[in-house]
Design a protein around this ligand. Sequence first.
Ligand SMILES: Nc1ncnc2c1ncn2[C@@H]1O[C@H](COP(=O)(O)OP(=O)(O)OP(=O)(O)O)[C@@H](O)[C@H]1O
Length: 186
Amino acid sequence: MTPVLSAPSGTGKSTLLTRLFASHPETFGFSISHTTRQPRSGETPGVEYHFVTPETFESMIAREAFIEYTRFSGNYYGTSIDAVKAVAERGRVCVLDIEMEGVKQVKRTGLGAKFVFLKPPSLEVLRSRLEGRGTETEESLSKRLETARVELEFAEVPGVHDKVIVNNDLDKAYEELEGYILSVIS
Ligand SMILES: Nc1ncnc2c1ncn2[C@@H]1O[C@H](COP(=O)(O)OP(=O)(O)OP(=O)(O)O)[C@@H](O)[C@H]1O
């Protein structure tokens, strides 16, 4: 059973998953995604992401190396089959951290998955979190907010997600996420 966590960018997936993995270091493992975006300061190739060129990424698409991939804000992001296998080979549960298009693709693969959607309290709060993180330009901020609107609409479709958690109070959201994920993997 693979837990899949999705959310609009900036909702708090990385924050919550970092906490989940730190609390249960023996249980979980991140699959390392591929991306064509530039590393941000403090990011190490092969740790947060495998940073690759668009040419390399497209050759991986052609040989069907990805479980899911998306083009977002002008860059590709994808989860390779090998990256997920690498986690299982270490005896860990792989939690997939992906966005809406990835959710649709994983649904099509027939991979045994439980879909958890993390929801921002509102689009206004999401905007201020993205601004507070200090990683966005005005242009990338409005792109992310527009994408978020579409993702929130998709999340309303009945049956798409097995669990919806609103990330308002971080500690409460964490407890809900931890409780749910531990229950589906045991
Ligand atoms: N419950 C919360 N209350 C207030 N701030 C929060 C909360 N959860 C996360 N944040 C803050 O919101 C910002 C975005 O969180 P984070 O980087 O974890 O989002 P993300 O969903 O992983 O985004 P991306 O998909 O773009 O990587 C961070 O600065 C984080 O500290």
